[in-house]
Ligand binder design. Structure first.
Ligand code: UT7
Length: 336
């Protein structure tokens, strides 16, 4: 049994936030943000809009793009760092709102690597014969966890959602468009403090003490994370290439986690892949964490960059630390 991508959907909340707008509120400038990150705009949900709302929009579009009805989906996996509530998971609510019926539905928390963790897990369910059509969603509302006073994180992250439908396929021909060929997952909990929300979990419950205001928000050691991101994504990508039997020259499109344009350029350089093969949309959406890879795929596909059968290498990195890579051939689909 193999798995293949048959549908792709995405959704951005309408409110577009410019570097100029943020520079009026924080000690930063449009020039600093663009030159250090490549980001020009990001989208933020309006108060009252939650991750599950964005996930449901993107999920519905992916199901439709795959030519399926909600009844055809038998598992939903949602990757997010910003669930609607600490408890329960957001996935069952999204499944219910999409009319999927009483299917299995659960969240995966691997921060910015979350979508590829979810995709690899969906693949494993299919190969094990446990599912036929899996809806894999990455959705985030980082605007709800960013410290309004912290210029080092506030300018970087955006909200959004993207989703793929992965289906079971008996035909093993790797060249058949859409086939998922190999995965690689990894972590290093020894460096968990590089990306964190210190308070609000069981180690520092907000009910048991009064943590400093800043510790309730997302925090990141940017420079150390930058180095780890390039190193871990390139190591993981090389492992997945070896499992696929591709060399770097075979890769038509490199879709890295959209954290920073300098990270994406460095990743291509480390892998010896020409920079023009790297997909970049961080300039318009910022770092959308678990939504980053499917949003990058959707935007590149909308621009007509992919042809059916193209060899696509996905690589992600995030808090945990976690990292993940996936190799697939591009499907013959119309993203919605
Ligand atoms: O999604 C999970 C993975 N996340 C990432 O991969 C993010 C990885 N890190 C990065 O993308 C970059 O490290 C950042 C964009 C976060 C920061 O860029 P940098 O070039 O690494 O800057 P830096 O952190 O080394 O800071 C350089 C200077 C500092 O000032 P001093 O100490 O040199 O005086 C910062 O305080 O820039 C300052 N700075 C800012 N200045 C203006 C930090 N943020 C800002 C800002 N505006 N928004």
């Amino acid at each position: 049994m193999h798995s293949a991508v048959i549908g792709l959907g995405s959704f951005l909340p309408p409110r577009r936030v410019t570097n100029e707008e943020l520079s009026a509120l924080l000690d930063t400038s449009p020039e600093w943000i663009e030159s250090r990150t490549g980001i020009r705009t990001r989208h933020w949900a309006t108060p009252g809009t939650a991750t599950g709302d964005l996930a449901a929009e993107a999920g519905a579009r992916a199901v439709k793009s795959g030519g399926l009805s909600p009844d055809d989906i038998d598992l939903l996996i949602l990757a997010t760092t910003t669930p609607d509530h600490p408890c329960p998971a957001t996935a069952p609510d999204v499944a219910s709102r999409l009319g999927l019926g009483p299917v299995a539905a659960y969240d995966i928390s691997a921060v910015c690597s979350g979508f590829l963790y979810a995709l690899a897990t969906a693949h494993a369910h299919i190969v094990a014969g446990q599912a036929t059509n899996v809806l894999v969603v990455g959705a985030e509302t980082y605007s709800t966890i960013l410290n309004p006073q912290d210029r080092t994180t506030r300018v970087i992250f955006g909200d959004g959602a993207g989703a793929l439908v992965l289906t079971a396929r008996q035909d093993a021909r790797a060249s058949r468009p859409g086939t998922l060929l190999a995965t690689d997952l990894g972590s290093d909990g020894g460096q968990k403090d590089l990306i964190r929300i210190p308070a609000g979990g069981s180690r520092r419950p907000t009910t048991a003490e009064d943590p400093p205001e800043a510790d309730r928000y997302f925090q990141m050691e940017g420079r150390a994370v930058f180095r780890q991101a390039v190193l871990r994504m390139s190591e993981s990508a090389r492992r997945v290439l070896a499992r696929t039997g591709w060399i770097t020259a075979d890769v038509d499109h490199l879709v890295g986690h959209q954290a920073n344009v300098r990270i994406l350029t460095a990743l291509a350089d480390h892998l010896d892949i020409p920079a023009k093969r790297a997909v970049i949309n961080v300039d318009r959406v910022g770092n959308t964490s678990a939504a980053s890879i499917p949003l990058a795929l959707a935007h590149a596909a909308e621009q007509g960059r992919f042809a059916p059968g193209d060899r696509v290498l996905l690589a992600a990195f995030g808090g945990g630390l976690t990292w993940a890579s996936v190799a697939l051939t591009w499907p013959d689909i119309t993203p919605l």
